[in-house]
Design a binder for this molecule. Structure first.
Ligand code: FE
Length: 249
C-alpha cells in the first residue's frame, strides 16, 4: 500500500492519498482546491495515476478539488449517492465496497455532522471525515446535522470497528495526525467513556461556535463538486487561491 497524509493549513484539512502498487492507480480522499498542484505532484512523484477523488461529505470549510482534478487529469468523482450530486461519476453506498485496482474501501454511512456523511474503512484504518475527530467531532448545527444521529453513527458504526483500527480524521487543529478506535472510545471527551446521548447533545448544544465563514460559498460550490463562486468576497479569496480564474470559465 502507498499512503500519504497531506495537510492543508487554511482549513486544517487532511487529504489522504492511497495508491495501488499493482496497477499504479490512486485515490485522493478529501482533496482541497488550493492544493491541487501539490497533490498531483505527489501522485506523479510516486509514479501513480489519479483514478478517483472521494469526499467524505459536502464540506463547509473548504472547497473540494474533485472537479479541478477531473479537469486536469481526468480522475472520476465519487461521492455519497445520498447527496445526489449531478456532477458525480459514482454514487457511494454503504454495503457496496469501492474498488480501485487492488484497493478496497468499505463505505459506512455516518450521518450527524451532515446527513450524507460517509466514513471509509480501508485495511487497518478508517477515514472518519468529520464524524469522529481526535478528541472531538464535527459540529452538528448545520447541513442537516444532528447530535443524536452523530452519537449513533459513532457508537453503532465507528466504535464497533476493532480497537486497534487507526482513526484518520478530516481535520485536526492541534497537529495531531492519527488516533485509534480504542483511544477515542477511552479518551474522546465528547463521545468516549461513559458519555450518554443526552450528555453528548448537551455538549454540542453548548459549544457556541461562530457562524462558519465560508459555509454559504463552500456548500454551494461543493454541491457542484468544487466550483469557486464568482461572488467570493476578497477576504475569502485565499480559499480558492489561484484556481479562481480557471474555474469560473
Ligand atoms: Fe465538515
Amino acid at each position: 500500500m502507498i499512503f500519504r497524509q497531506l495537510f492543508e493549513p487554511l482549513s486544517s484539512t487532511y487529504t489522504y492519498l492511497i495508491g495501488c502498487e499493482e496497477t499504479g492507480q490512486a485515490i485522493l480522499i478529501d482533496p482541497v482546491i488550493v492544493e491541487v498542484e501539490r497533490d498531483l505532484a505527489e501522485i506523479q512523484r510516486l509514479g501513480l495515476k489519479l483514478a478517483y477523488s472521494i469526499d467524505t461529505h459536502i464540506h463547509a470549510d473548504h472547497i473540494t478539488a474533485a472537479l479541478a482534478l477531473k479537469k486536469k487529469v481526468g480522475s472520476k468523482i465519487a461521492v455519497a449517492a445520498y447527496d445526489r450530486l449531478p456532477c458525480a461519476d459514482l454514487g457511494i453506498e454503504e454495503g457496496t465496497p469501492f474498488h480501485v485496482g487492488s484497493l478496497t474501501l468499505q463505505p459506512l454511512h455516518t450521518p450527524g455532522h451532515t446527513d450524507g456523511h460517509f466514513s471509509y474503512v480501508f485495511d487497518d484504518r478508517v477515514f472518519t471525515g468529520d464524524a469522529l475527530l481526535i478528541d472531538g467531532c464535527g459540529r452538528t448545527d448545520f447541513q442537516n446535522g444532528d447530535a443524536d444521529t452523530l452519537y449513533k453513527s459513532v457508537w453503532e458504526k465507528l466504535f464497533r470497528l476493532p480497537d486497534e483500527c487507526l482513526v484518520y480524521p478530516a481535520h485536526d487543529y492541534h497537529d495531531r495526525r492519527v488516533s485509534s478506535i480504542l483511544q477515542e472510545k477511552k479518551c474522546n471527551p465528547r463521545l468516549g467513556q461513559e458519555r450518554t446521548p443526552e450528555q453528548f447533545k448537551q455538549i454540542m448544544d453548548n459549544l457556541h461556535l461562530p457562524y462558519p465563514k465560508l459555509i454559504d460559498f463552500a456548500v454551494l460550490g461543493n454541491k457542484q463538486c468544487g466550483v469557486c463562486p464568482c461572488d467570493l468576497p476578497d477576504d475569502l479569496a485565499q480559499y480558492c487561491g489561484h484556481m479562481v480564474a480557471g474555474l469560473q470559465g
